[in-house]
Design a protein around this ligand. Structure first.
Ligand SMILES: Nc1ncnc2c1ncn2[C@@H]1O[C@H](COP(=O)(O)OP(=O)(O)O)[C@@H](O)[C@H]1O
Ligand SMILES: [Mg+2]
Length: 317
């Protein structure tokens, strides 16, 4: 069970909360992804503290973080690093790119051409970067939190489903409630400076070792056959839903299993409940399915379709 690691990770939310008002679900989602060794897509308008949240989380977890703005002229080497010629020695030395970090905030990945996207996605999948035939390992843990522009935005390169599937979760970062926004303003009025997390009192309360211990403990979480079957049935139901032209893949099913196990462990349980699965079905599957165009015109949403799948597939008792 490893109670010590779980308690350390349990302190993260409160620590991030010293800087970020609300957004608990996002913090929880990134923690789950870190425990699963996965990556996340963050969806939200500018100015809802996506950057602040990632920075506060990496401080609380005693990890390194970097941010890359994906622009149309960004080259693969700007992400991964490249060989730099040293005139003194006549040798080429590797200068590590920003991908060599624990928590990489990849802002607006759909503004950059496919070649640069591919370099990032390859690093995400292989956890290493190969430049000039030499493979260099990325740090552990390594998580990419990527933000995307709305698809309508002109001049963007939307990620194809095959690549979206590589993200464990798609988390929505909503606008704050009225009282939360008041809290944000009060904090700023009293001198909160988002660039100075130390002054806000955010300190390391857990570390990479807790995550690594947690990952091991998560593997030992029990899953009843009926819960495995529930996950399979949910995914199969997305494949026959009339409003969807693409359903969840087996990779989506394995993602839901991993996420449910991490959630169970974080809540101090040694077994997965159907509720762990239910709670994470939308964030785990929403970016892995595609609405039919006519259903979309009729006002259907992926979230709505997944909600009705959850309402119709019977959960084990
Ligand atoms: N939930 C929140 N808690 C605290 N500050 C917030 C919150 N939402 C917005 N802010 C304020 O607005 C800024 C949002 O900036 P940023 O984190 O860069 O947003 P994003 O990356 O989503 O565009 C923060 O630095 C902070 O000053
Ligand atoms: Mg930002």
């Amino acid at each position: 069970m490893n109670t010590e690691a779980r308690e350390a990770l349990g302190r993260i939310r409160a620590e991030v909360g010293k800087a970020v008002v609300g957004q608990d679900a996002v913090v929880g989602g990134v923690l789950v992804a870190l425990l699963c060794g996965g990556h996340v897509l963050l969806e939200g308008v500018p100015g809802v503290a996506k950057t602040l949240l990632i920075r506060a989380l990496s401080t609380a977890l005693d990890m390194d973080t970097k941010r890359v703005q994906f622009t149309p002229d960004l080259m693969p080497g700007d992400v991964t690093g490249s060989l730099i010629y040293d005139a003194h020695t006549g040798a080429f030395n590797f200068r590590a790119g920003p991908v060599f970090t624990n928590l990489l905030l990849a802002d607006e990945i759909n503004r950059t051409p496919p070649k640069t996207q591919a370099a990032l996605l390859e690093a995400m999948e292989e956890r290493q970067v190969t430049v000039d035939g030499t493979a260099r390992q990325l740090p552990v843990p390594f998580l990419v939190a990527a933000t995307q522009n709305p698809i309508e935005y002109e001049g963007t390169y939307p990620l194809p489903e095959a690549q979206l599937d590589r993200f464990l979760l798609k988390l929505s970062v909503p606008l704050p409630q009225r009282d939360e926004e008041l809290g944000i303003l009060r904090a700023h009025h009293q001198g909160f400076d988002p660039r100075d997390l130390k002054a806000a009192g955010v300190t390391p309360v857990a570390g990479p070792a807790d995550l690594i211990a947690g990952r091991q403990a998560v593997q030992h979480v029990d899953v009843a056959d009926a819960v495995l079957a529930y996950i399979v049935d949910l995914c199969r139901a997305t494949r026959v839903a009339p409003a969807l032209e693409l359903g969840a893949s087996p990779r989506g099913a394995t993602a839901l299993l991993a996420v449910a196990k991490a959630t169970a462990w974080l809540s101090g349980r040694e077994y997965v409940l159907p509720d762990d699965v239910k709670a994470w079905t939308v964030p785990t599957l929403r970016h892995r399915v595609r609405l039919r165009a006519d259903a979309e015109l009729d006002g259907a949403t992926v979230e709505g379709i997944l909600a009705s799948v959850l309402a119709t597939v019977p959960a084990p008792r």
